[in-house]
Each structure stands twice: as structure tokens, then as C-alpha cells.
Design a protein around this ligand. Sequence first.
Ligand SMILES: [Zn+2]
Length: 335
Amino acid sequence: MSDGNGKHGGYPDLAAVRGDDDVIQPFMLERTGVRGRLVRAGPMVDAILTRHAYPAPVAQLLGEALALAGLMSGMMKYDGLFTLQMVGDGPVKMLVADFSSDGAVRGYADFDAERVAALNLDDSAPNAEVIKLLGQGRLAYTVDHQGAKDRYQGIVELNGATLAECMHHYFQQSEQVVSSIQLTCGRLTEGDGTQRWRAGGLMLQRLPGEAGERTVEDPDEDWRRSVILMSSVTQTEMVRPDLTAHELLFRLFHEEGVRVYDTWPLKDQCRCSRERVETVLMQMDRDELGEMKTEDGVVEVTCQYCSTVYRFDDAQLNALHDTDGDSDHGQSGTA
Ligand SMILES: [Zn+2]
């Protein structure tokens, strides 16, 4: 990882990170009314990416997708779930990042390790090469509001060199709020030589009808200036843990005046549970379950997100199907 001056990341005081890591920091530029969100992801993204020991280019792409989900989750107007999914015909077949409004984040990638290795990608570059990794593909996102029947969806064709470029093409074509984003994911080396993944995201949005404190003569010029200021951020600034969110925003936008709002915490937390797995198994017939059995005669279901293994022996499987035939009573024991 380079900051453009040939310096490589190495922050011996990683352990002394101040309290604004793994957060979304919303902000507003006071001079122009431009809104923004900053995502700073450290231990959360490192846990998700190292759990599966992804090849570095795949981990980098998933890290950027997690940061993007954090930025776009601002579309949730109340409690719910934001899901981002990429599919393609390249070495990475599918990639999912989801984000619930209580800050729980999870993600995984399905890929062909040999095809990824054959790409020989430079994993110290600031951004993942989305087209090489996913091939012909697209990104779909969904907003599911809790208790609401309708869901909001968008589909983005992947036709940029980086994930951020793909999103820019989408923002230009769609009727979305005018937006600009920066994404990055990379590894920093701790004092003891351990490498840790970190990811960052920065988004500006120009909301219709919102002006800042000054009378704005040329809103287009104001917007362009804000985007240029944002674009001056380096990969290192985006991910270094010893620069706080406030310090980074001030460094970039102090001429515009930055107002910060309450942060949202981000945590590595899966939504799987034994009860959810039971629900799936109850819908399968006994023959299907029989085919799933291991040599030990148990059914094992592994969560593709967090790798938790749920095991069911014959007695437990029988109980599930008894429950199935006696549905009202069977539900009482589950959380
Ligand atoms: Zn899980």
C-alpha cells in the first residue's frame, strides 16, 4: 500500500486507535449544504476478510464492497437491511455484502481460486480490479425496510475499472441523487509484522433544494469543488487508524466548513442462527437430508458468511420433522 510518495503503511500504534474506528460518520459541508458519509472499517473488515483466508485481490474487492454497503446504507430511512450483491462470469462468481440498521455487517465471496491466481493481480494497488475479477457482471442492491412489503432495488452494470467508477457510471445514468464516492481496501502492517485489512469509503451527495449558509451563486461549481477536494484523499488517509474521522474530514474540507453528526457503529456480526437453519431443514424431505449426512451420520450446515457449523444428529432431525407435522406446538421452544 502506498500513499503516492512511495511510503508503505506501517503503524506501530494500531492498538492505540482512538474510538472512532469501525464507524460510519455522516457529515455536511456547511458552505454548500453538500451531504456526506465517511466509512472507516478496521477490526470489523479484518475479521470478515481473514475468516475465509480469501486471496488478496478477492479480499480487497469484498472489503470495498463492505465499505460501499456502508455508504449506500444511508438509503435506509428506518430500520431494515441493505444488501449488495455482485455476480459475474469471471473468477469471482458472486460476492455479497449486507448491512443491517443496527450496524451488523457481513459478507462473503464465492470464487475460483485457480482463475484468481492466474490473473496475477497487483494486490498492493489501491483498488480491486473489478472487471478482471468479476468479468461480465452486475451489481444489485436492495433496501428492505422492516415491516414494509415494498423493497427498493437498483441494478448497476459493471463497466468501470474500479468499483467506485462503476458506481459513478450508475449515478450518472440513473435518477439517483447526484453522488460521488471514493472506496479503498488494503493491508497495513502492525509493529509485530501482522497484516490487518482495513477499508474506507467516502461519499458526497448533492441533495436537491439544500443550500448551505451562504447564498450559492453557482451550485454546479460548488459541487465540482467539493468533489475535487474529496478526490484529493489518498488511500493511506482513507485507511490509517491514527487519523480520526474528524481529522480526515477537516483535512479535506476545512475550507467548506464541516458539520459532523452522530456516528453509526459497524460490527462483524452474522444474522444466522440454529433456528434459521432448522427452518430450512424442516422444508427439506428426509431423502434430501439423508444425502447431506456426513460419514458420522450427522447433517452439517455451514454458514457461508461466518463459517459457523450447525450439526444435527438423527434425534434432532427427527424432532424437526415431528415439529413440522405439529406446527403450533413445535414453535414454542424457539427464540
Ligand atoms: Zn453466520
